[in-house]
Design a protein. Structure first.
Length: 318
């Protein structure tokens, strides 16, 4: 056997690329570390996917209200801790929530008196808010379409916002008496300016191109107003209405404190409980006033979402 034949028989087999079979097998064999790495990535994907599935198991209602509930519970616990451990014997200055509930709100006679007064305050607040809404929207429309009206009326709106309403209370008593009419007037003064300013802003934000289109089509003033400007300004109108709803409740409570003739409101009871040092009933009345404000604000927020969504379908859900 020649040297050439011997070399051919002992040489390692090669592939079509000219590399030896061992080299090819070595390069194609999976690396243990790479396999572990791939496995780790797969496990990681599984863990991430599992985590997402676990988060989705919470109902949307719980996710929406959980922060609010936790915040309220934390506030009640902090209130209780201050009353019990900080004030100690002077806890009458800030009674614990449970004491207010058991010694005031849970007693039938006390609760009936407070609810009757709260009903009157609610009627005053809603009536004052309704009057302020009508006056505010009408004023904003006049100011939008008349430069003279804007310059003439806007300073009065600002004055109503800047002058302390309490300074006008004695005058309102002289003009309208010390009963229901004066209480309603105070609510109107408290809640008028946000409606005017927000409505005027919304009306001025209407696209001028849309206004020109309506005008070119021969639309009347009423058609432009009711079919273009009012719908376009609805988000801003309801923003002012929500703000004014809380202010109307504040105005009704303040008016109850100063105009005491006739059926007492919740503000009148607050004044009476303060003079008698009935701290439990005092805080009970304050809690009911706060709940009234939250309820009124929540109702108008819901109405705003329903009405605005019918005109602005692209509004994102909160």
């Amino acid at each position: 056997m020649t040297k050439t034949e011997y070399a051919a028989t002992t040489a390692e087999p090669t592939t079509g690329s000219g590399r030896s079979r061992k080299e090819t097998d070595a390069t194609t064999e999976p690396c243990p570390a790479a396999a572990d790495l791939r496995m780790t990535a797969a496990e990681t994907d599984t863990m991430v996917y599992t985590g997402k599935e676990e988060r989705r198991t919470l109902p949307p209602a719980i996710t929406k209200w959980l922060p609010t509930v936790v915040s309220i519970l934390a506030g009640l616990l902090g209130w209780t801790a201050i009353s019990k451990f900080v004030l100690g014997e002077r806890s009458f200055l800030l009674p614990a929530p449970l004491d207010v509930l058991t010694q005031s709100l849970a007693r039938g006679s006390h609760l009936v008196t407070m609810m009757a007064a709260l009903g009157l305050t609610t009627r005053v607040a809603l009536l004052g808010l309704a009057i302020a809404f009508v006056i505010g929207v009408a004023t904003a429309i006049a100011m939008k379409h008349s430069r003279f009206a804007e310059k003439a009326l806007y300073p009065y709106a600002v004055i109503l916002q800047t002058i302390p309403v309490l300074a006008l209370v004695p005058l309102l008593g002289l003009w309208f008496g010390y009963g229901f009419a004066s209480r309603t007037t105070v609510c109107v003064l408290f809640s008028l300016f946000p409606i005017i300013s927000n409505t005027l802003f919304g009306l001025k934000s209407v696209d001028q191109g849309m206004t020109d289109l309506f005008t070119s089509r021969g639309a009347s003033f009423a058609q432009v107003l009711w079919k273009l400007e009012i719908p376009a300004a609805l988000p801003d109108i309801f923003t002012g209405l929500r703000t004014s709803s809380g202010l109307a409740v504040v105005g009704a409570v303040v008016a109850d404190m100063y105009f005491t003739q006739g059926t007492p409101g919740i503000g009148t009871l607050i004044t009476v409980y303060t003079s008698r040092l009935q701290s439990m009933d005092l805080f009970g009345a304050i809690v009911l006033s706060a709940l009234l404000g939250l309820a009124v604000f929540g109702v108008f927020t819901k109405i705003s979402d329903l009405v605005v969504a019918s005109w602005h379908l692209t509004r994102s859900d909160e």
